[in-house]
Design a protein around this ligand. Structure first.
Ligand SMILES: [Zn+2]
Length: 87
């Protein structure tokens, strides 16, 4: 399983990367400092399709014509709880 935005999505809450995970056959990203044993961050998830939509929309606004891999246009995505809400 490959995740398009692997190591490119950062949790604003704790500055760790979000890691890719398959949940009900959907690709999601979850903060890597969250685990069931030590919840040092909050459990929330971001759908990969939502990030794709966001990045595509952003590039469109800037008049960028997409060629090839979408992730190559992305250096870093910051995720805050305000953006996505807590699950
Ligand atoms: Zn976090």
């Amino acid at each position: 399983m490959s995740y398009l935005f692997k190591s490119k999505i950062k949790c604003k809450q704790c500055q760790q990367n979000l890691r890719g995970k398959l949940e009900r056959s959907k690709k999601v990203y979850i903060c890597s400092s969250y685990s069931k044993l030590s919840a040092s961050c909050i459990r929330y998830r971001v759908l990969e399709t939502d990030i794709i939509d966001m990045v595509t929309g952003h590039l469109k606004l800037r008049g960028v014509v997409l060629e090839g891999d979408l992730a190559s246009y992305v250096d870093r995505v910051d995720v805050t709880l305000k953006d996505i809400g807590v699950i």
